[in-house]
Design a protein around this ligand. Sequence first.
Ligand code: F6P
Length: 540
Amino acid sequence: MPELNSTLPAWAAVAAHAQTMKGKHLRELTAADPQRWEKLHVEYDSWLLDISRQRITQETLGLLLDLARATNLSERITEMFRGDPINVTEGRAVLHTALRSDFAGGKAIQAEVHESRKKLSEFVAAVRRGEKRGTTGKKFKHVINIGIGGSDLGPLLVCEALHHEWSGGITPHFVSNVDRTQLEDLTRTLDPAETLIIVCSKTFVTMETQANANAARAWMVGALGEKSPGIHFVAVSTNAAAMDAFGIAKSHRFAMWDWVGGRYSVWSAIGLVAELVIGSEKFGDFLSGASDIDNHFKTTPFEKNLPVLMGLMAAWNRTFLGLPTLAVLPYDQRLARLPAYLQQLEMESNGKSVSLVGERVDFPTAPVVWGEPGSNSQHSFFQMLHQGTPTAALDFIAPLRGSWGGTEGQDLALQNCLAQSQAFAFGHTLDEVDADLKKAGTTQKEIARVRNHKVHEGNRPSSLLMYPQTTARTLGGLLALYEHSVFVQGTLWGINSFDQFGVELGKKLALGIDMTGKTAPTGQGAAGLAELIGYVKGHR
Ligand code: F6P
């Protein structure tokens, strides 16, 4: 039986090297090599990945590349694109790449994808042109996407990130949370006669989506009658029986497949809301941007391969340097939801502690992923990142121009982004603090009082990813870069990045809880639970 990847000699070599590197400061590493930036950045097409502020040397990179080879990364990439059942626990292929790249998956899968894309673009054109209308004859001006997790975060990110590409007079809205707030807000303001509702749910059994879809259906029927759901609802799912039961018209159903995971599904019909809002041509650009990165990932030597290097840096920081979190810091307000999207992508994919062969791993896997756009984040949590006790790994993401094409505001954003990455790397020593204070005419007594508080230790590692501008094409590329980075990390760790059993237990327990209190809870902790349910009832 194959053993954990941590038993590989290449792993031991990286781990031993990490012990040396833990004692090194980025100041020292940078001073030691004037060519450092030249050596530790990679350009591909219009992408730039700068890893010169990571706590690495060329030796580190070499050892990590050896580890990638020792874990058969090349073969694993081939298997994924070929459609082998690499999601071993569920016995499924992993072919989200086939949704955007004609070299992924076999002929049969490509044919299905083409058919699905054709149906989607015909539907999108009919809605945008006003050929497909609501029951009263009004044009659809609003689309509500009801879905959660991968059936929400991807389409939401695409719509927000490409706000400047909206056309066709359709406004997107999103309902995901089970607490009904989002739907309440919408049903109070939207006209149902000009609203199209997409129920996005691969399984069509997800509690949140079912509850929201049923409530939305009641709203629609109340306003426009029993027949309206057949016209105002569409669905994206693999579950035909459940769509029958809900009353989704056959022509309003869009295909999903078990070889596309929820968090990898924005490229499929799950992206319909975005396609309605930006049009099929732009959505095609989104797909082709991702396809370009698929090709790059598949064909480029690891040394120059952006997602491989991103994955290596992530695993290095988490597993070998022991950094517990990754802060995602896009310097583009358009990407405000990127951290939330990457939380699911990275943490649902690699938040695992059992290896592909069923053994508990003896090393840390996925970090906690979090973040907010710069420069706002500088004025909230950067204090902790600079001077707090835990060290986070940092991903700076920065387009060269604002999404509208201008540079003025973006120059200020970039100025901040670069300054922050320098400050994180090199810090501000006690000597520098003293010199600054002296120069400002501060008294010795005052210097003694504040000097320690002003030190920035630095040595906070970061990557910087730059690209020309947030467009449909670059957004597709950006998401594909992270998808493949997640795959690289999963391969190094020897875990299955494509299942998500960890979300099931809570769902099951929720089904056994009756908030009316009529059925008493059972199982572990039942007494405490009964008290809490009683408390809710008694205090409303
Ligand atoms: O609970 C987690 C999850 O299964 C995600 O993986 C998925 O993206 C989300 O729920 C939604 O699932 P569905 O599309 O089947 O409603």
